[in-house]
Structures are given as C-alpha cells and as structure tokens.
Design a protein around this ligand. Structure first.
Ligand SMILES: CC(C)(C)CCc1c(C(=O)O)[nH]c(=O)[nH]c1=O
Length: 309
C-alpha cells in the first residue's frame, strides 16, 4: 500500500525520518532501521565532527519545536562507515551532507561515491554560505554554482534539502535552476528559519544560541511545507521526486502532502516527541485513510489535489 520510488530508489514504505532529530549516532540509525521507517536518513554531516551549539538548543513546544543545534554531528567518515552496519536492515540508507564550504561538500561527496550501501545523498542547501551572504538556498547564484560543481563529479542518486520559500517568484527562480540538473529528488522543507519562542513567565527565550532565534518545526510549519511541496511538484520535471517534510504527525498529514505531490514523507519533530514508533503509527493511519477512500497505492491520489470549486 505505502510503497514508493524516489527516482530509482524503491522504498517499501514512503514514510521515513527527516535529517536532524534522532539520527546522529549509529544506535539512533539502527533504531530507525528496526522501526517501520522505509529508509534511514542521517543527521547532516560536516567534514570533521562538530559539538554544535550550547544547550538548550532544541526545545519541544505545544505547536512543534524550535532548534539552533549548530550542526552537531560525528563527521562524514562516521556516516560513511555506518553504511555497512546498516545494510542488514535492507532499507535505503541516505546520507545528509551540510559542508561548511563548497570544497568540503565536494570532498565528502567524492568519498561517498564508492559506497554501494549508501542509496543516495541528501545535500542540505541550508548549509552555510560565504560570510555576509544568506544561506546557500537563498542565494540563487550560489545554488547554481554549487549544483554545477556537485554534478560535475557526482554519479550517485542525489537530492537537495530546501528551506521554505514564500514568494511565488522565488519558487519559479529556484525551479528554473533545479530543472537544469540531474537531481533525484528535492526534500521540502527544512525548518522555518529564525523563529523566536519565549517563556513569558521567566521572560526569557526557550533556546540559548543566537539569542533564542531558531528553526521552527511541527504544526507551526505544516501549511508552508504543503505549499512548498505543491509548488515544486508543479514546477519541477517529473523525474525529480518531491519528498515532503514539515508538520507531519499523522496519517492525515502524510495524506495531505502526498495529495500535493509528494513521493515520500519525512518525520522530524514528531519523531523527537514520540520516538521511532511514530512510523508504524503514521503508516497505520495513512493506510486506513487510503482504504476508506478506496486507494490501493499512493499513486492513485498523489498530486491530485483539486482547487476549491
Ligand atoms: C542550519 C544549519 C546549522 C546551517 C544546518 C543544520 C540544521 C540545523 C542545525 O543543526 O542547527 N537545524 C535545522 O533545523 N535545520 C538544519 O538544516
């Protein structure tokens, strides 16, 4: 019922984890392997290990979460080596990369090429850009430069993780760039950047880094995530799959994202809140909705959102 394909990668279940929450250590990745998740996706890796920002740096809230982790990770070699350990789960293992520079990204991508147990690379385009410039994905020229350099040397299935866009012209500009490259997928969306959540009783910010400004996840971002999934589904070449992430905590949320065109859905904040059992929960709920509506596979309704009459 829930099987899908991202480019040529087959997933028995279209629901898996988002990069970031609960996917930094081999133990966490193995727990994802043991869960009902259809794939295993790692925390965005940098060339060398990073401790990240001081805590509190991730906080759950009634409407979702806020974080400014600062890219804590075990370094790219760790996630490369993990591939052999995770092969026994017989589900695609995808490595997320977020190099501190283009040179670092190219070096990491080069080292991933030979590992057959890495099904795909998810390049995080929220990765830092040159000082004084916005994140890469908000710098269209830099994005084009990065993708040209990446695809000059990459032969593995590769997709990009995108931040949310809000201006319709930006969707068109970004799609025009992305359509030039042999991308396997885009994952929409990353957290909505630089939100601010406050503890009004203590009169202080919830998180410590960046004076409390951090990426929002969960209910706060679902409507924006749906819009980004729909826009890129409509604007990108059909060979580029759209993977949905943002505010999915139920079968209904997953159904809505697939209705917008998603080939697969990723769970982040809800995974942090409820643990790897969330994949079985959401899978069961989505299956029940599909059965009630008479759908046998997600292709029966994927992308078929209608406009209100
Ligand atoms: C924001 C960056 C630190 C540049 C990338 C890593 C990242 C982080 C993070 O590690 O702080 N948090 C997110 O919600 N999304 C991200 O892509």
């Amino acid at each position: 019922m829930l099987q899908t394909k991202i480019a040529n990668i087959k997933l028995a279940n279209c629901i898996y984890n988002a990069s970031g929450p609960a996917c930094s250590s081999l133990e966490e990745l193995q727990a994802l392997g043991q869960s009902a998740a259809g794939a295993i996706l790692s925390k965005s890796a940098t060339l060398a290990p990073r401790a990240g920002n001081p805590a509190p740096r991730y906080v759950d809230t009634p409407w979702g979460s806020i974080n400014s982790m600062g890219l804590p990770n075990k370094g790219h070699a760790y996630y490369l080596a993990a591939a052999k350990e995770l092969a026994s789960f017989q589900k695609p293992y995808i490595v997320s990369l977020s190099g501190m520079s283009l040179a670092d990204n190219l070096k990491m991508i080069a080292e991933m090429q030979e590992e057959e147990n890495i099904a795909a690379i998810e390049l995080n385009l929220s990765c830092p850009n040159l000082p004084g410039k916005p994140q890469t994905a908000y710098d269209f020229e830099q994005t084009e430069k990065v993708l040209a350099a990446v695809f000059a040397q990459n032969n593995k299935p590769l997709g990009v993780k995108l931040p949310p866009y809000f201006d319709l012209l930006h969707f068109e500009q970004m799609a025009q760039i992305l359509n030039q490259f042999p991308l396997s997928f885009v994952s929409c969306i990353n957290s909505i950047g630089n939100g601010l959540v406050i503890d009004w009783e203590k009169e202080e910010t919830l998180i410590r880094p960046k004076d409390g400004f951090g990426g929002l996840g969960g209910d706060y971002i679902k409507a924006t995530a749906l819009a980004n999934v729909r826009q890129f589904y409509l604007l990108l070449r059909p060979e580029i799959s759209v993977v949905a992430v943002g505010g999915i905590k139920s079968g209904q949320d997953a159904f809505e994202h697939i209705l917008c065109g998603a080939k697969a859905v990723q769970i982040g904040t809800h995974l942090m809140k409820t643990g790897p059992s969330c994949f079985a929960q959401i899978s069961a709920e989505l299956t029940a909705i599909m059965q009630a509506k008479g759908y046998q596979s997600i292709e029966d309704f994927r992308g078929k959102l209608k406009t209100a009459a």
